[in-house]
Design a protein around this ligand. Structure first.
Ligand code: SF4
Length: 692
């Protein structure tokens, strides 16, 4: 209604990787409401977060002035009441805060590390990794992909030669079978879930695999509620059937793959009967799933962090890739591999080089030619050819005294890291911590200087969603007080670090990115002003390729690779002291560490309280009632939290969302890492449960 607003601005949702396009309706520099518009991923649809989760932008806790820690401040830690900031920090001018931030970092080389953010734009991610590499000469730069899909990307790069999805999720419209494993799209990718539901309603075979039951079960032809951590055994059991019954696509395998004989031989030992004992799914069900997926004309595989966040996360993804390859379900309409990305720009931030082993476009830092292509453009000396440290490794390096200063932009490791007390102690130990954020996050509590930045709806920049669609984000309202756009803060800080950065607008950064990122060929800022473009785009008129690898893979001889995976048990197993299994994750209304959604009034009203879920039979057995407060304890720590009864959670399991600081799930989680993707095992910890 034109009565309700005086202007509208088209942009993108700030939450999940679906990348829904939104129209913000604005009156008097305030967002009144939003509507979904016809973006390529959402076609007008929005979920509850996109539709109602915007008023955090105007929350009274927004940081509006640069802040420097007072010399007489109490000890660093989670003790800063936003209403009482002045006890800990004093307000500063931008010049003073930036000079202070730069002074503590300048000339310290390997003692400095940086965490950028998947909540920032592609241009801001690119600038961040450039600052660490150009300014400090090494690659100790990472972001939340390490906690999200790093293992999926490791497996995709290894076996198909590219870390992105091979087909958009919307391609499911052309599929007749789909596997969804370790993901809960109704809660975490809700608009994508609407396409999945439509697929099932028109008769598509939806095979849901998840240790936790979930809403998509209602639409599933098969629901495999397997034992936590048993992914590889279940998938190897299914692939064994495909081999033994000759259901594989011999022609496709011969034309487009390598290492098939070794894979076939490897799979012989994983009979469905043997695997049923490990994964808890009957052999006949494994056979039926194998036949259903292999005989489909077109099949897709979707996965989430239930797959990736294990010490065998890379092996899990290797199995899924092998399953798609042996059935020929890649490169055609209705086929493909699709790890559903979490954050709105985790794909783009990774593409832009915000990772310690790769420069932009996943070009290895170890390659002399690659580094020199970048230093030519940057007009700067060479930097280290060694992979940098990853998120969890950086925390360990702080404890070891090797890292002494950090620049953290928009990430919240004091909530998101596994064994978070270990991370919090590390942050407290730093002698110089620069935090750039919109709120006084748990991480900002440990900062020496805080740089107040812009919310997504306050800045210009591009983002790339789970479908590889690059989209333009536009400023809808102005940042509050003295808060500034993140790219501007990065440029001003870089100048004070002695770098010759003269950018005056993100479009100049985007132009520089294109010089060494072939993925952006034919994609220009001007095109993005008009519409989304999917990479790769083959010409200036091509909206981009939704489906890739129809004619071979970006690997030697164009062949994808089968990499066999063996069964590896989770890092810790239940025992008499810690007899239950803890699984952590997200829930529909709250986003990651909660810094935005817990300050969004509608979302917070719907889910105001920390909660966990257990099966009613387990609760009864323990004399616990739904609504009681219970204590969860692992080898790392303990939290108190209200419990709900939920039949979807398997008996002797507990599910705990990680958005709540008052019952921070990551106090409990295990920091054991997958050796390839270096991702922690968030999805499996042994836990003790007691009535409080
Ligand atoms: Fe936003 Fe994701 Fe919901 Fe779309 S599905 S509105 S991108 S949170």
């Amino acid at each position: 209604d034109s009565q309700d607003y005086d202007r509208e601005v088209k942009s993108v949702c700030p939450y999940c990787g679906v990348g829904c396009q939104i129209s913000f309706k604005v009156k008097d520099n305030k967002i009144k409401y939003v509507e979904g518009i016809n973006g390529p991923a959402n076609e007008g649809r929005l979920c509850v977060k996109g539709r109602f989760g915007f008023d955090y932008i105007a929350h009274g806790h927004r940081l509006t002035k640069p802040l420097i820690r007072r010399e007489d401040a109490p000890e660093k830690g989670l003790n800063v009441d936003p209403a009482n900031l002045g006890t800990h920090f004093r307000e500063a001018t931008w010049d003073e805060a930036l000079d202070f931030a730069a002074k503590g970092m300048r000339g310290r080389g390997k003692e400095i590390a940086g965490f950028g953010s998947a909540k920032c734009s592609n241009e801001e991610a690119y600038l961040f990794q450039k600052m660490i590499r150009q300014g400090f000469g090494h690659n100790n730069v990472d972001h939340c992909t390490r906690l999200c899909h790093a293992s999926s990307v490791a497996a995709l790069l290894e076996n198909v030669g590219s870390g992105g999805v091979t087909a958009s999720f919307n391609e499911i419209k052309n599929a007749d079978a789909a596997i969804m494993i370790g993901c809960n799209p109704l809660e975490n990718h809700p608009v994508a879930a609407t396409y999945f539901k439509q697929f099932a309603k028109r008769g598509g075979k939806l095979i849901v695999m998840d240790p936790r039951g979930q809403g998509m079960k209602r639409y599933a032809s098969h629901m495999l509620q397997f034992k936590p951590g048993a992914d590889v055994s279940m998938l190897n059991g299914i692939m064994n059937v495909i081999v033994e019954e000759g259901l594989y696509d011999q022609q496709y395998i011969e034309a487009y793959t390598e290492n098939w004989p070794a894979m076939k031989e490897h799979l012989k030992q994983f009979t469905p009967e043997k695997m049923a004992e490990i994964c808890g799914i009957e052999a006949e069900v494994l056979r039926d799933v194998a036949r259903t997926f292999a005989s489909a004309k077109a099949g897709m595989i979707f996965w989430g962090m239930g797959v990736s966040q294990h010490i065998h996360g890379t092996d899990n993804s290797r199995c899924l890739i092998s399953l798609a390859l042996m059935t020929g379900h890649v490169g055609r309409p209705g086929t493909g591999l699709h790890p559903l990305r979490g954050q709105n720009n985790v794909q783009g931030a990774s593409d832009a080089g915000l990772i310690p082993m790769f420069l932009p476009d996943y070009q290895p830092v170890s390659d002399d030619g690659v580094r020199s292509a970048f230093t030519d453009v940057w007009k700067s000396p060479d930097f280290s050819n060694q992979k940098g440290l990853t998120v969890v490794e950086i925390m360990d390096a702080i404890h070891a005294g090797d890292i002494k200063g950090m620049y953290i932009l928009g990430e919240n490791p004091a909530m998101s890291d596994p064994d978070v007390e270990h991370a919090r102690h590390a942050l407290a130990k730093l002698d110089h911590l620069v935090v750039q954020d919109i709120f006084l996050t748990e991480t900002a509590n440990y900062a020496d200087v805080i740089l107040p930045s812009s919310a997504w709806a306050e800045k210009t920049g591009t983002v790339t969603n789970t479908n590889r669609q690059v989209q333009m984000g536009r400023p809808v309202v102005s940042p509050p007080g003295d808060a500034r756009e993140d790219w501007w803060i990065e440029v001003e800080l870089a100048k004070r670090l002695g770098l010759d950065w003269g950018y005056t607008h993100p479009r100049e950064v985007f132009a520089e990115m294109k010089l060494n990122m072939a993925s952006l060929d034919n994609i220009t800022w001007d095109r993005l002003e008009q519409s989304a473009v999917t990479y790769p785009s083959l010409s200036e008129d091509d909206p981009g390729q939704d489906i890739v690898f129809g004619d071979g893979f970006p690997r030697p001889e164009g062949r994808a690779k089968f990499t066999p995976a063996s069964v590896i048990a989770p890092d810790e197993r239940p025992d008499t002291e810690y007899p239950f299994v803890l699984i952590t994750g997200r829930q529909l209304e709250h986003w990651h560490t909660g810094s935005m959604t817990r300050r969004a009034s509608v979302l917070d009203a719907v889910e105001p309280e920390a909660n966990c879920s257990m099966h009613p039979r387990t609760l009864r057995r323990m004399g616990i009632e739904a609504g009681d407060t219970i204590r969860l304890t692992t080898r790392r720590g303990s939290v108190r939290v209200m419990v709900r009864a939920d039949r979807a959670v398997a008996e002797d399991n507990v599910f705990l969302p990680f958005a709540y600081v008052e019952a921070a799930a990551n106090i409990l989680t295990n920091p054991a890492l997958d050796p390839f993707g270096k991702i922690p095992e968030f999805k499996y910890s042994a836990v003790r449960i007691e009535k409080d």
